[in-house]
Design a protein around this ligand. Sequence first.
Ligand SMILES: [Mn+2]
Length: 373
Amino acid sequence: MAIRIFHISDIHIGMKFQRYPDTLRANLIESRFGAIKKAVAEADRLGCDVLAITGDIFESIKVAKRDVIRVTEILRAFSGDYVWILPGNHDYYDQQLQLWQTFNDNMPDNCVLMYENRVYNFEVQDIKVDVYASPCESKHSKVNNISWVKNINPDKNRMNILLAHGSIKEISPDLNNEYFPMTLGELNALGMDLCLIGHTHVPFPLSQETTTDRIYNAGTPEPDGLNYRFDGNGWYIELDQSKNIYAKKIRLGTYKFYDINVKVNDQLSENELLKPFENEDLEKLIVRIHLDGYLDQEHYENRYEVLNVLDEKFAYVEIDEMALKPKFTVETIDKSFTKGSVPYALLMKLIEESDGETAHLAYELMMEVMDND
Ligand SMILES: [Mn+2]
């Protein structure tokens, strides 16, 4: 006998992606609904009893009503016993809010909206389960919401599961300590059999599979920006009667973001530029490439022949060529100045006696002065 839980978090339905072109923007918005759909499908495929969502399903408390209803419709497809819903800090709980009223009015019968700091009792696969819910009631808080749990001695004869939302110090920085900050030590000390946490957009643990960890952070199931370097995952978690645990990361994301540096030397080739993405579906990648280095004059002049091809390959690509420069050589001096002229002699001396960069700088200044004439 075992309880099977599928854990996701931080879907942020309602994110707008305004910096991207229209079609991609629409696809990114749509893919967040797709991530919940995939989570439901995977949870069913793996025979999960519970789908647990630990906060920030929605980007804000002002998300469109039709989007809230759409999420409840997607959740309706889940055939397990329960959907556990915890309000996070972006979609915090307030009775007055339209958001949670709409959700509550439309959610499927197996959905439990945990908006109070308290223990919710369940029975799953004949195993008695106590869920310690710690929802958010505001966007920010200097203190976390788990202190009430510290005062309770969990009943060891039941399965004790914490659902909470907030930053975890050891996983990612919360510089101003304003997102319900927790620590792993604090969570471990609660004596829970399982802690399902949301908020930090970094999956924890980082391993693909584990039989020892008790604290899980799902990260977002659908990557949401250039600073998110993971696939987008959920956790499949099995807990048996004796409280043995097995967990496995399940990929849910459609799009993936890459923000990378590519060092170039002399030549620019499509193959080299695509090397970092070898096992990826390029059409689902949003990429920023920072080019850094020197190119032969010819490669430098023709660089857009290569770079423009990338536009067709990726869902979206941005090239930063601030640190890309044409290589400065004797040939460049030869081409630009008459042999025996003062600039010619000066540059030749510089290139012989110092590094190429100094000669290059002098060359650029000289070209500038000559342009001004
Ligand atoms: Mn959050």
